[in-house]
Design a protein around this ligand. Structure first.
Ligand SMILES: [Zn+2]
Length: 465
């Protein structure tokens, strides 16, 4: 039997398990580094499927690696399972209706992402057993994609040194190979410490940490004119020093996310932002503490592997939808602004509420964002696909996304992604020349500068701070 058909059958046989797992993780909705239940639940299910699990890898409580088989080749499936704060929303509902006001929600569909990769790992394992295929299949439990870049820390810990190739995916409004212009990042806390005082009686005795944050932000906003156009600088004030205007605020904190084309460019921008922070501290006579949080790299595409993904996608039928699902997608689109409704990921999607066909890589619009999958892509050939998990025009990180990734539309996309990734893995595992080509492409693309970790020596991931 053709391996593509075989993989489709293997995923279908366990589809009830995969769907229920994605629903469970949707309900857990745990944010970066807090994914205790989600990580434990996926790891337990991997054990039930015959994998051995190493927990708490790279010094991160919610990161793990599950393995089946032995020897070469080693294929890695990357799984994410973190949710976003403030995005609580009922599933399968086409109006804003939070489950819990201010609660978390899976606005990026990582409940599907983690489970889709799980489905692939299990299908590859089942196929290996059925056909006596040798090699190793691994599932990398990768927490904190939304904030924390756990994969960059996992790469730094050497967890990918023996991996031959890696595969990941992301929920989207389209079925395609991922074509994305990924920017490198540096995320850093700037903490100012001053002296509190009565704001009316003795303001001259106080030194305001909040003033320092404000002056720093003004300085950075002036910097914007003098940075390369592709760079991005964002900030959030994470501690304003309290709610009392009649107190001179002694503590304040601002979190900066700095993006550049490459890691050296992002690091250079980071140094410039640090100088502005030092200037703000000098102006306000406050003390400054700079705490590095996380960072990620730009993405190294691998067209050899991308081509295998593309052919796996076209060799199996993408999901079709019921009238009810199509009506639901239309109802979701009614809640979007006109600009959102008209924003398609590819020209060919115009006029479609739900994408039920495969789009060629070249037809997908170039987008800008960041992902820590990029760090893996520097150390092993890596490919990613997108599958339709929500209506066209749906933004990631929106209540509309949370609603759809908890229901059949998202689940169909997840099963399709699971099949595509598993079929890709089986094809590459059985074709030494193809794998050698993918490795050569990585060597060529990284020959000039090589991998520079975005994580400085001594930096600790997430909650350890
Ligand atoms: Zn995401």
């Amino acid at each position: 039997m053709d391996h593509v058909k075989n993989i489709e059958d293997l995923i279908e046989q366990k589809s009830d398990l995969f769907v229920s797992m994605s629903e469970k993780i949707w309900e857990f909705a745990e944010t970066s580094f807090q994914e205790k239940q989600s990580a434990k639940y996926i790891a337990e299910n991997l054990v039930k499927q015959g994998f051995t699990v190493e927990e708490e890898v790279a010094g991160i409580k919610t990161a793990f690696v599950a393995s089946f088989g032995s020897g070469k080749p080693v294929v890695a499936f990357l799984g994410e399972y973190d949710a976003l704060a403030g995005l609580s929303q009922e599933k399968g509902v086409s109006e804003y209706q939070p489950v819990e006001k201010g609660g978390n929600g899976h606005g990026c569909g990582h409940n599907l992402l983690g489970t889709g990769s799980f489905a692939s790992a299990v299908a590859v394992k089942d196929y290996m057993e059925e056909h006596g295929l040798s090699g190793t299949v691994r599932y990398y439990g990768c927490p904190a994609e939304e904030s924390g870049d756990a994969k960059a820390y996992m790469v730094k810990a050497g967890l990918f040194v023996d991996v031959d190739f890696a595969i990941c995916w992301h929920p989207a409004p389209v079925n395609s190979v991922l074509r994305m212009d990924v920017l490198a990042t540096q995320q850093v806390y700037f903490r100012f410490k001053g002296r509190s005082a009565h704001a009316a009686a003795s303001p001259y005795l106080g030194r305001s940490a909040l003033d320092a944050v404000e002056l720093m932000n003004i300085g950075v906003n002036y910097l914007r004119e003098h940075i390369v156009p592709e760079a991005r600088v964002h900030y959030a004030v994470t501690n304003t020093g309290g709610h009392s205007p009649n107190v001179v605020q002694s503590d304040a904190e601002v979190l900066y996310l700095i993006r550049g084309r490459t890691v050296p460019q992002a690091k250079e921008m980071y140094e410039r932002v640090c100088k502005i922070a030092e200037g703000a501290a000098l102006m306000t006579e406050t003390e400054l503490e700079i705490v590095f949080d996380s960072g990620s790299s730009d993405l190294v595409h691998n067209h050899v592997l991308d081509d295998v993904v593309q052919s796996s996608m076209t060799r199996m039928a993408p999901p079709t939808y019921t009238d009810q699902e199509r009506e639901f997608a239309k109802a979701i689109r009614e809640t979007l602004s006109e600009a959102e409704r008209d924003s398609y990921w590819a020209k060919g999607l115009k006029g479609h509420s739900l994408t039920d066909f495969v789009v060629d890589r070249e037809e997908i619009d170039e987008m800008t964002g960041s992902t820590d999958v990029a760090d893996v892509s520097w150390v092993t050939p890596t490919t990613q696909c997108l599958t339709t998990c929500f209506a066209n025009g749906t933004s990631l990180h929106s209540w509309q996304a949370v609603s759809q990734v908890g229901m059949s539309i998202g689940q169909k996309g997840m099963l399709y992604a699971g099949k595509v990734m598993a079929a890709t893995a089986i094809e590459v595992m059985q074709n030494e020349e193809l794998l050698a080509q993918a490795k050569r492409e990585l060597e060529e693309r990284t020959a000039e500068i090589g991998y520079i970790s975005p994580i400085p020596e001594g930096a600790k991931p997430g909650l350890e701070k």
